[in-house]
Design a protein around this ligand. Structure first.
Ligand SMILES: [Mg+2]
Length: 240
């Protein structure tokens, strides 16, 4: 039996927003357009609104990709008249997937878990696009320490669905008590662990922590990678 650590990816080990910011800047500026904090914020806000429209079935994925760049072109200084928003969108996705940004201290933390906690196996359990997750992981060097990636797009089911964790457990082939889920999100990571009857660590918790602790059957919290390491080390050495 191993100590099976399941880590969420975004805002747990990698900084999704920092990658997005970096990629948007690279793509806009290399096409002669301006980029700023305000432009990134406008992109984020409009993108979020479009994803809601997509979820409601009002627009297609293709329309979302085109519209977000048409909109952002109108916010930038520079001549966008010859630019194809779909091509820019493709460039943006590709650029983001090779520009992973680590949460500060994440690489050292993961290495420490892998090297110093006996029988540690490290898994990623992430909701998102496979190319984006795999590319960003490889571009940061995290991939060296990871035993397997569970990505919702590959699996056809997402956290917090218990079916997502069933697939993970099937592959891990060890009991659920040998696993612990670490993540920043209550609605996907902590609820998912609860649905799967798996122990959990809420990483960098915020809001009403005590209330959430009870509602989501959370076992531990940690505010920093140092604290998280101590929690995981204790969990691993206690008889379960
Ligand atoms: Mg997350």
């Amino acid at each position: 039996m191993h100590n099976n650590f399941l880590f969420d990816l975004d805002q747990t080990l990698l900084d999704f927003h920092a990658s997005e910011y970096k990629a948007l800047g690279i793509v806009l500026e290399s096409n002669g357009l301006s980029f700023s904090e305000e432009i990134y914020q406008a992109f984020k806000d409009y993108n979020k609104a479009l994803w809601l429209e997509l979820e409601k079935g009002n627009i297609t994925r293709q329309e979302l990709f085109v519209k977000r760049f048409q909109y952002i072109f109108s916010k930038c200084e520079g001549d966008a008249s010859a630019l194809d928003p779909m091509k820019i969108n493709d460039d943006f996705i590709r650029t983001m997937s090779v520009n992973g940004v680590l949460m500060e201290g994440a690489l050292e933390f993961v290495k420490n878990v892998k090297d110093n906690i006996p029988d540690a196996r490290i898994y990623i359990a992430s909701n998102g696009a496979t190319i984006n997750a795999k590319g960003r992981i490889a571009s940061t060097g995290l991939d060296k320490y990871i035993d397997y990636l569970f990505i919702s797009e590959d699996m056809g089911v997402a956290k917090p669905d218990a079916a997502f964790f069933d697939i993970c457990l099937d592959r891990i082939s060890e009991s659920v008590t040998s696993c612990i889920m670490v993540g920043d999100s209550l609605s996907s990571d902590m609820l998912g662990a609860k649905n799967a009857s798996m122990e959990s660590v809420w990483f960098m918790p915020s809001g009403n922590i005590e209330e959430a602790f009870i509602e989501y059957d959370i076992n531990y919290t940690a505010d920093t990678f140092e604290e998280l390491y101590v929690v995981l080390q204790k969990w691993a050495t206690h008889a379960r």
